[in-house]
Ligand binder design. Structure first.
Ligand code: GTB
Length: 216
């Protein structure tokens, strides 16, 4: 059955792979599932046809036969559960990998996302510097713990899993700041994940969308 996901018609990140369709593309590449992409404009995202797929009017969505999903974490979990390669078979190891998926989205992503949003949207506010410093402290608190847990290991819990895929997807948002460089093992962890062929293919695919839109 054909898998169709949605992505920005023109991503505001200019092809840097920071929008959340990237994690879905990456997961599908890791498990070797072909997929199609329907590009949507900001206007189309708020119209009934898209709201029927994504109640909050956002990307990404996932359609496969009569199944429609939204929320990138739920989509990655669905892909990981249906196909081999992103979750361990052993029950406890699988549950731990899922814990890391939630940790990425619920514990690490909020301050990281707020930080990148502040850098884009709040620069003109009189309290901008103060807010930025506070968000950086929140991020460091999380990265201190994550770095301590990872130590010298390649991945968070044994083999590469959907937990690593989501964690790296979140950490990649920090690349334009210097924060990640304060944690050499986390910077190496991100680089290791980016070197994966599946990541490279997913990145190239989303970049091609931006390049085509810019050429047109
Ligand atoms: N919790 C949802 C999920 O995980 O699927 C959040 C989805 C979401 O935030 N989607 C964003 C969106 O559709 C795109 S990814 N926004 C449009 C809207 O809300 O109207 C977030 C994003 C946006 C822009 C950049 N960027 O420019 O760098 C990066 C990431």
């Amino acid at each position: 059955m054909t898998i169709t996901i949605t992505a920005f018609e023109r991503s505001p990140d200019r092809g840097r792979g920071l929008a959340r369709d990237m994690r879905i593309r990456w997961a599908l590449e890791e498990v070797g599932q072909p997929y199609e992409v329907r590009l949507v404009s900001f206007k189309a995202m708020k119209e009934p046809a898209h709201l029927a797929l994504q109640p909050f009017g956002q990307i990404p969505t996932y359609e496969e036969g009569d199944l429609t999903l939204f929320e990138s974490g739920a989509i990655v979990l669905h892909i990981a559960e249906r196909h081999g390669g992103l979750l361990p078979d052993e029950t406890n190891a699988r549950a731990r990998a899922i814990s890391w998926m939630f940790a990425a989205l619920n514990t690490v992503e909020p301050p990281v996302f707020d930080h990148s949003l502040a850098r884009i949207l709040e620069r003109d506010q009189p309290w901008y510097e103060q807010r930025l410093r506070a968000l950086e402290e929140s991020i460091r608190k999380r990265l201190d713990s994550l770095s301590a847990h990872l130590g010298d290991a390649d991945w968070l819990d044994g083999a590469f899993s959907a937990g690593d895929l989501l964690m790296v997807s979140v950490l990649l948002r920090l690349k334009s700041s210097n924060i990640l460089d304060e944690y050499p093992n986390l910077a190496a962890y991100v680089a290791r994940a980016e070197a994966r062929p599946a990541y490279q293919r997913a990145f190239a695919a989303q970049l091609a969308v931006f390049q085509a839109a810019s050429a047109g």
